[in-house]
Design a binder for this molecule. Structure first.
Ligand SMILES: Nc1ncnc2c1ncn2[C@@H]1O[C@H](COP(=O)(O)OP(=O)(O)O)[C@@H](O)[C@H]1O
Ligand SMILES: [Mg+2]
Length: 290
């Protein structure tokens, strides 16, 4: 496999809290990989370590053949330009128009003329369907439009690697499906490596070639989407089915389930059982009718 990013034993703690422990896997070039895991498991921290906004305590991160953990800030700055990032919180500048937000990395990192910048901004805005809204400010547009502006800004430097940190949070299912199409189209047109952090299972099924699942500071598995769907690992099964019952508690750091959690899980299990019972009855009815 041709890996564009390789993680080797990446470990990151904040004080006594170890968020990532000995994470190792390879992200294939030119494919779409999804990173899943309960909230607070360190998905965003992992992203920030990969793009060099945080440094791991130990371990190695290889980006396109270069080890970045021990790199000087100056070299890291160069490597960072390979990345386009749509951060979890969008991070648009409220005082700038969508046009100026999208143009920002070009003005910051290149010496392109304003006329070249205009061409690029228009090209990316058209890709995400924002051409008619470029004069507006982030406060004047919907959540979905803000995400799309963030996406256009992440693409403006033609990055080899594009990260989306929960691009679907706060979007309705139709817009999520639209965004997925956009991701696929972009992947096909640019051949970029795409990494999406998401909880959205339908989205993963639509877009991801590979899936990583993080749980309790560790990597449970990184494999193709099909291998993940076929696995009998209880953590992965619970995560991909979105069920309350299973090894993942409501607070994934809790070592024991609280009474409230236990009650909620039991309710979910009862409902699953009665739903199965209903399905069985339906099947029996169908058989009788045939
Ligand atoms: N800069 C930071 N300083 C201290 N703790 C942090 C910092 N960033 C993240 N954390 C902690 O690391 C854990 C993982 O956070 P995060 O990566 O944001 O989770 P998620 O998987 O939901 O993206 C959380 O417990 C969070 O509070
Ligand atoms: Mg996060």
């Amino acid at each position: 496999m041709d890996a564009i990013i390789s993680l080797r034993d990446v470990t990151k703690s904040f004080g006594s809290h170890t968020v990532l422990k000995d994470i190792s896997f390879d992200i294939p070039r030119g494919k779409t990989s999804a990173i899943m895991g309960p909230s607070g498991t360190g998905k965003s921290v992992l992203l920030k370590n990969i793009i060099g906004l945080l440094r791991p305590d130990h371990g190695e991160i290889w980006i396109d053949g270069e080890e970045t953990v021990r790199m000087k800030e100056k070299d890291l700055y160069r490597v960072r330009r390979k990345f386009g990032v749509l951060f979890q919180d969008g991070a648009l500048f409220g005082s700038l128009s969508l046009y100026d937000n999208i143009a920002f990395p070009l003005r910051e990192h290149t010496r392109k003329s304003e006329s070249d910048i205009k061409d690029i901004v228009h090209e990316k805005a058209e890709l995400v369907g924002l051409l008619d809204h470029l004069k507006k400010h982030p406060g004047e547009v919907s959540g979905g439009m803000k995400k799309r502006a963030g996406l256009a800004r992440a693409l403006v430097m033609d990055p080899e690697i594009v990260f989306f940190d929960e691009p679907d949070s706060g979007l309705d299912p139709v817009r999520v499906a639209y965004l997925d199409e956009l991701v696929k189209k972009m992947q096909e047109e640019t051949g970029a490596t795409i990494i999406i952090i998401t909880h959205n299972i339908p989205s993963v099924m639509r877009t991801a070639d590979y899936v990583a699942v993080l749980f309790r500071s560790g990597l449970v598995r990184f494999a193709t989407r099909q291998e993940m769907v076929d696995t009998d690992d209880p953590i992965i099964r619970q995560f991909l089915s979105g069920k309350a019952a299973g090894p993942i508690g409501m607070d994934e750091l809790a070592t024991e389930q609280s009474d409230m959690e236990r009650e909620l899980v039991e309710r979910a299990e009862r409902r699953d059982r009665s739903r199965e019972h209903e399905l069985e009855q339906e099947r029996d009815r169908d058989i009788l009718q045939v």
